[in-house]
Design a protein around this ligand. Structure first.
Ligand SMILES: NC(=O)c1ccc[n+]([C@@H]2O[C@H](COP(=O)([O-])OP(=O)(O)OC[C@H]3O[C@@H](n4cnc5c(N)ncnc54)[C@H](O)[C@@H]3O)[C@@H](O)[C@H]2O)c1
Ligand SMILES: CC(C)CCC[C@@H](C)[C@H]1CC[C@H]2[C@@H]3[C@H](O)C=C4C[C@@H](O)CC[C@]4(C)[C@H]3CC[C@]12C
Length: 380
């Protein structure tokens, strides 16, 4: 196929952690495209070099919360994968900004699909549109139909739930040219893999404590995690099958997970950090929950006091503590049944790829220098 004869895909948030993996996945595995438009507020110029003789990777700088930007990016495109979002549960940005990007931004994508005649939209939602809630209700091996007491008051999960609702309600609306818009929503659990910013933070934090991780969470609490490559793969398959079987996938939600083991958040991270000599201290939480909660409240107070001077947004706050302390794992075959989803990467390969990346954080030495460690350490 010569360049130009295939379809044009738009990936909003395409320079992000998931987005950049998705762009590479499309380049490698999607043969029906001739252009990938990477729409993002913060461009990663390295993606531009990925263009080849079959597919052009076109970087488009724009703000998802500005309709004109979105309309321009979607003009003449065939399908949108909408991953752009402010992922913040730490109070880094105001709630209004999270709503503006995650909800208004999604409204803009839908409006642009309608006005530009773009027929297919795959939305990157999140497990958080379901839970866990802050009441400690566990969601154990649940699926898309599992009853659950959904309760949101934090800006991020609220915004993702509102955006997902808009996307699903838009399925079947008439768009320019008399055609119909088909939408579906994918709900990844906690994504990990090469480029995960939070893992970088845990790595840096562990270096500061002599490669010791002090257990704060019960090992009995399981948190679903999914490898970023498999999330990208699922998006590719959903985009492909939404065009072939729109009545099956249209208006549907799908949890996104793989064969990554069900473990506590800390124990799962240790699957990678232990390869760099990190040790977890304690078989049970080293501090009682009430003390951790008091520390979380102290962080909220400090964030409030320091607001306007510096952005103080530590990992620990009452919300992240509640989420981390509540089991949330999924087990479902809906995506497999509807569009043949099977993880592209087995656990061992996902683990090896992630360990290789974590080790590269050591080799770069930047993190070590930040914490005064000798940079001649090399992982086992
Ligand atoms: N990271 C996870 O564990 C996880 C889990 C489930 C779902 N998700 C969802 O996956 C998607 C990608 O998340 P991620 O972890 O890759 O986050 P990320 O922050 O790495 O990527 C988000 C991208 O959106 C872009 N963006 C932000 N505001 C924008 C704006 N106003 N206009 C245009 N682009 C803008 C950012 O520049 C970034 O490149 C999000 O929708 C998130 O809700 C993430
Ligand atoms: C008390 C601290 C030690 C807790 C440390 C872990 C905590 C920061 C982790 C635990 C669970 C994580 C969330 C979970 O993986 C799912 C999501 C949904 C996704 O859409 C955005 C990220 C988010 C909220 C993770 C953020 C980090 C959390 C809370």
């Amino acid at each position: 196929m010569t360049a130009g004869s295939g379809q044009v895909y738009v990936v909003t948030g395409g320079c992000g952690f998931l987005g950049s993996h998705l762009v590479r996945m499309l380049l490698e595995h999607e043969k029906n495209i001739s252009e990938i438009r990477v729409f993002d507020l913060h461009l990663d110029e390295s993606l531009r070099t990925l263009s080849n003789d079959r597919v052009r990777v076109r970087l488009i700088s724009g703000d998802i919360s500005r309709l004109a930007d979105v309309q321009e990016a979607l003009h003449g495109s065939h399908l949108v994968i909408h991953t752009a979002s402010l992922v913040d549960v730490w109070g880094r940005v105001p709630a209004s900004k999270i709503t503006e990007v995650n909800v208004t931004g999604t409204e803009n994508v839908l409006q642009a699909c309608k006005e530009e005649g773009v027929q297919y939209l795959v939305y990157t939602s999140s497990m958080e549109v379901v839970g866990p809630n802050i009441h400690g209700d566990h969601f154990y091996r649940g699926n898309e139909d599992t009853e659950y007491r959904i309760y949101h008051k934090e800006p991020y999960p609220l915004s993702k739930a509102k955006a997902e609702k808009l996307v699903l309600e838009a399925n079947g609306i008439k768009i320019k040219g008399g055609k119909m818009l088909y939408t579906c929503s994918l709900r990844p659990t906690g994504i990990y893999g090469e480029g995960h910013e939070l893992m970088k933070q845990f790595h840096r934090q562990g270096l500061r404590t002599g490669r010791c991780v002090f257990r704060a969470l019960s090992p009995a609490i399981e948190h679903g995690r999914v490898y970023v490559g498999n999330v990208a793969w699922m998006h590719l398959l959903a985009a492909r099958q939404l065009q072939i079987h729109p009545s099956t996938l249209g208006g549907q939600v799908y949890f996104c997970y793989d064969s990554s083991p069900y473990k506590s958040y800390e124990d799962f991270n240790m699957e990678f950090l232990s390869a760099c000599g990190f040790k977890i201290i304690g078989s049970r939480p080293l501090v009682p929950y009430f003390l951790l909660y008091l520390l979380a409240l102290l962080n909220v107070l400090l964030q409030w006091v320091l607001h306007g001077f510096i952005t103080y947004a530590p990992i620990l706050n009452p919300y992240t503590l509640a989420v981390a302390s509540t089991t949330f794992t999924v087990q479902t075959d809906k995506a497999e049944k509807h569009f043949g989803y099977q993880p592209l990467y087995a656990w061992e390969e996902a683990k090896m790829r992630t360990i290789t990346w974590v080790k590269s954080l050591e080799v770069s030495g930047k993190d070590l220098k930040d914490v005064g460690e000798k940079s001649n350490y090399c992982c086992s």
